[in-house]
Design a protein around this ligand. Structure first.
Ligand code: MN
Length: 207
């Protein structure tokens, strides 16, 4: 049911994005993924595996490793778990049209426990409007906090690096490390390699 909005927005005979299986369960530590998305406006989609789906936020400026930087994160619909491996081009005219690059991925740990030391589930943390996780990615590591700052129609979150040994105000991975962790390609290379409509020109050349 969490994926209803995801599916309603997409025509899977046209978009190469995964439809997502109904029962999605992953083994081991929960995953996180950050996808750079060159849609009508360029942004980074931050996704956390929670209860069998990827909870998602669009972060216009992308994540920062500087604890002084608060990055706006706008909630978007849950995505299926297999979206965590997706990289490619969503065709023009389709929802989210544009290039998707797998910018970072890995696993995360829940950082919040109750007074007895039992972990508070991420679903509960997000319902309460404040969640903290430790990311183990290729580009991003360390604690990150998500804080809800607006309600209902105006729901917005802030994504902020926590002040720990992985914090680094001088690193700016969003601009200095643009390549895909899946393919090593840049956004431009993904767009070129996987541009829809390539088949037609290839046919022409072959003919
Ligand atoms: Mn997006």
């Amino acid at each position: 049911m969490a994926l209803e909005a995801y599916r309603r927005k997409r025509n899977f005979s046209r978009t190469p994005e995964p439809e997502g299986s109904d029962v999605s369960e992953s083994s081991g530590a929960p995953r996180f993924v950050i996808q750079e998305h060159d849609a009508s406006s360029r942004h980074f989609d931050f996704r956390l595996e929670v209860d069998g789906a990827l909870r998602s936020w669009a972060v216009p400026k992308g994540p920062s490793t500087d604890p002084a930087e608060k990055r706006l994160a706008l909630p978007t619909e849950d995505h299926p778990l297999d979206y965590a491996d997706y990289e490619g081009v969503i065709p023009e005219g389709e929802y989210g049209a544009g290039t998707v690059l797998l910018w970072d991925s890995g696993t995360y740990r829940n950082l919040k426990a109750d007074e007895d030391g039992d972990p508070i589930s991420l679903g509960d943390q997000l319902s309460d409007g404040h969640a903290t996780v430790w990311l183990e990615g290729e580009k991003l590591r360390g604690g990150f906090a998500l804080t809800r700052v607006g309600e209902e129609e105006d729901e917005r979150w802030l994504l902020v690096k926590m002040d720990d040994e992985e914090a680094d105000a001088r690193r700016n991975p969003v601009s200095t490390e643009p390549e895909s962790v899946k393919s090593g390609r840049t956004l431009e290379e993904v767009a070129e390699d996987e541009a829809p409509g390539d088949e037609e020109s290839e046919e022409g050349e072959d003919g």
